[in-house]
Design a protein around this ligand. Sequence first.
Ligand SMILES: [Zn+2]
Ligand SMILES: [Zn+2]
Length: 235
Amino acid sequence: MGKTAPTLQVTPLTLGMMSRIFLVQGDAGVIVVDAGMRGQTNRIIGALAQREIAPQDVRLLLITHGHLDHFGGAKALQARTGAPVAVHAQDADALRAGRNLPTFTPTSWPSALLMRVGASLMQGHADSALEPDIVFTTPWRLDDYGIAGEVIHTPGHTPGSVTLLLDNGVAIVGDLAMGNMLFPKRATAPLIAWNPERNWESLRLLLEHHPTLIYVTHGQPLTPAALHALLKQHT
Ligand SMILES: [Zn+2]
Ligand SMILES: [Zn+2]
């Protein structure tokens, strides 16, 4: 008898104007990718309830990287769900400190401006600091959490940025790329990067895995063609 393909459903939960987290439901569990900012946890729990997912059904909180808009709510979500928080070893210190690591530069002058405007939002807070339960290196398969997929290292935006690549070809990439604000089907560079060159290397590596659909945190889902076009612009 042939094996049936495992269930894998990705549901984006929009939290802010340009920010989302993802529920990934597999055959034997649900995991949450990223945790939003401090203060967004009730909204996440509510969105789970709407889908008849109890907080304790969440088996893992996977953080794509150590920026506050992705992990600021992790401590609160960890407390509400009891799920372990997992982050790549190279971004774990950002979670411990409860702030963005100071090792990034804007990728363009508009992002330099945005960084100044957004500086107060990006300030750390003691309530965001937490000790991650799982500090992993990659590749890391998530079969133990009921998810047919693996976490791969896609550094550049931050040193420990990761992508969740599901066996069905769907990828959740954090801030490896963003949606274009004016043309949502187009991809754009992340506003800031620790190492832009590494970011483009990581994007190339991801495309070599032939993802079918790419979910970004800031923007609409992207096609591989949109990412190939972005890579061409920058390399
Ligand atoms: Zn980021
Ligand atoms: Zn972000």
